[in-house]
Design a protein around this ligand. Structure first.
Ligand code: GDP
Ligand code: GDP
Length: 455
């Protein structure tokens, strides 16, 4: 590194930063109007604007990346929930249920000016059962006179209430320090207890694509379990299912099986559920209804899984219903609408007839293998050397920026850092990513490439 003009410490820092594994997840929960969205916006700060720059991901986005005191984490925002969908208690419970499941720690927001309500008490019971670390926020304490209201929330039995004003920022720094203490370094859900255990699969897709049918097919059950919402918190959310001689953990299956008929707010609920499942999983099997046009909602779900950095398999369901014409158009749609996951293994299945169910496991294994691929530094640099020699970066302003060397900083998914002598254009970066895939495979996995430029 030194002879190429890079400071060794800078290089090590860049590798460490790029190589971070999956981030721990913090969920912000509470009744409507207690100030969850205000708090989330405060924590995200300016980053939010960056995130929402992208079209199509704004409206039902529920997870954000955030940073405090140099530590990065994911934030699950449940503020988009509409209170009148299921009735207040049921909706808060459902929202909290998914958010808590997906989280490594929880921020529970209570409106200190109102005090603890019955709904708050119900959430406390859910939190106790889940046993996850909780930071209790007494919000809307805009000045010293509100402190007494905060103290009253000791009665919830969740420990110290942190008086904050999400609106003005009062107390939020101290509260976030407490959050960092509660939050594990790495997401335990996926990479702590699960090491050596069954691999985790999230079966996702928009309503009616056939998730429940597929789950029942692979679990060899003929009957869909219909649950009343009131009973949902007692249901097992993850199910062990044996496929191809291997035991897999299908996460958040209770959400798939339960039939809650929602009108208003259903999209948000579905998004939260999908985000929760994706966070808990290593691989996402994205189900697409092949009998219908690929929709913006399908694309959003794909984007969610890609951005979360999960291994991905795309399964086109209801294949039994396809005629030749639909097949023709489907292929065109896949090319144009799902180009962002052109690298994902594909299976054409029918949950109704069982068609190609046996191809699911090999596809999942392929995606997981891609996700865990590590390219030895020597091989990577030999490859980079060849590329730079045969396809140099275009000359700009009399200079020719060069990739000098690179390394793989992490896996799950593969993350690379390349070190360059000058600014590398987006087109050339895309070219490098394409060649990386051609050379090393990475089937079924997103890859990240970051470029550091020598000062
Ligand atoms: P959510 O439904 O829990 O996401 O709540 P919102 O973030 O939408 O906030 C509900 C209302 O409470 C809005 O009018 C906010 O401006 C207000 N609010 C949020 N935090 C505070 C606060 O710290 N102090 C005061 N006075 N109002 C707040
Ligand atoms: P979910 O909302 O994604 O869980 O979807 P469901 O499993 O409830 O399926 C929605 C509808 O599609 C039901 O009427 C299923 O019977 C039907 N369906 C699911 N898979 C298939 C399939 O492979 N072929 C056909 N023809 N229908 C299917």
């Amino acid at each position: 590194a030194a002879e190429e003009g890079f400071d060794v410490e800078d290089v090590e820092g860049a590798i460490e930063e790029a190589g971070h594994g999956p981030l721990p997840v913090l969920a912000v929960i509470g009744r409507p109007n207690v100030g969850k969205s205000t708090l989330v916006n405060r924590i995200i700060g300016r980053r939010e604007a960056v995130v929402e720059d992208r079209p199509g991901v704004t409206r039902d986005r529920v997870t954000y990346e955030a940073e405090w005191s140099g530590r990065r984490f994911k934030l699950v925002d449940t503020g988009g929930w509409e209170q009148d969908v299921l009735g207040i208690d049921a909706s808060v419970a459902a929202q909290a249920e998914y958010a808590i499941e997906a989280a490594d720690a929880v921020v529970f927001v209570v409106d200190a000016t109102v005090g603890a309500t019955d709904t708050d008490e119900a959430v406390v019971r859910l939190l106790r059962k889940a046993g996850k670390p909780v930071v209790l926020c007494a919000n809307k304490v805009d000045g010293p006179s509100g402190e007494a209201d905060a103290t009253a929330l000791w009665s919830l039995g969740l420990g110290e209430p942190h008086p904050i004003s999400a609106l003005h920022g009062r107390g939020t720094g101290d509260m976030l320090d407490a959050v960092l203490e509660a939050l594990p370094e790495a997401p335990e859900q996926t990479f702590g207890t699960a090491i050596g255990g069954p691999r985790r699969i999230a079966l996702i897709g928009r309503p009616n694509v056939g998730k429940s049918s597929l789950l029942n097919k692979v679990a060899n059950e003929d009957r869909v379990v219909v649950n009343e919402l009131a009973g949902t918190t007692r249901d097992p959310v993850d199910e062990l299912i044996e496929l191809g001689g291997v035991t897999w953990k299908f996460v958040d299956t209770a959400g798939i099986r339960k039939r809650v008929h929602l009108q208003q707010g259903a999209d948000y609920y579905a998004s939260l559920r999908t985000a929760a499942a994706v966070e808990k999983a290593e691989v996402a099997v994205i189900l697409i209804d092949a009998s219908e046009s690929i929709s913006v909602q399908d694309q959003r779900i794909v984007t969610m899984a890609v951005e979360a950095g999960r291994a991905i398999v795309v399964a086109y369901n209801k294949w039994d219903t396809l005629d030749e014409e639909r097949r023709y158009y489907l292929e065109r749609e896949i090319e144009t609408e799902l180009a962002q996951v052109a690298w994902a293994p594909r299976v054409n299945v029918s949950a109704a007839t069982g068609r190609h169910m046996e191809k699911l496991v090999p596809a999942i294994e392929t995606a997981l293998a891609g996700w865990e691929t590590r390219v030895p530094t020597g091989r990577l640099n030999a490859f980079l050397g060849e590329i730079v020699a045969s396809h140099p970066h275009p000359v700009r302003g009399g200079k020719q920026p060069r990739i000098l060397f690179g390394t793989q900083a992490g896996t799950k998914p593969p993350r690379f850092v390349f070190f360059a002598s000058g600014f590398i254009e987006a087109g050339y970066r895309r070219f490098l990513e394409r060649r990386l895939r051609e050379e090393f495979g990475f089937e079924g996995t997103p890859i990240h490439v970051s470029v550091r430029v020598r000062e």
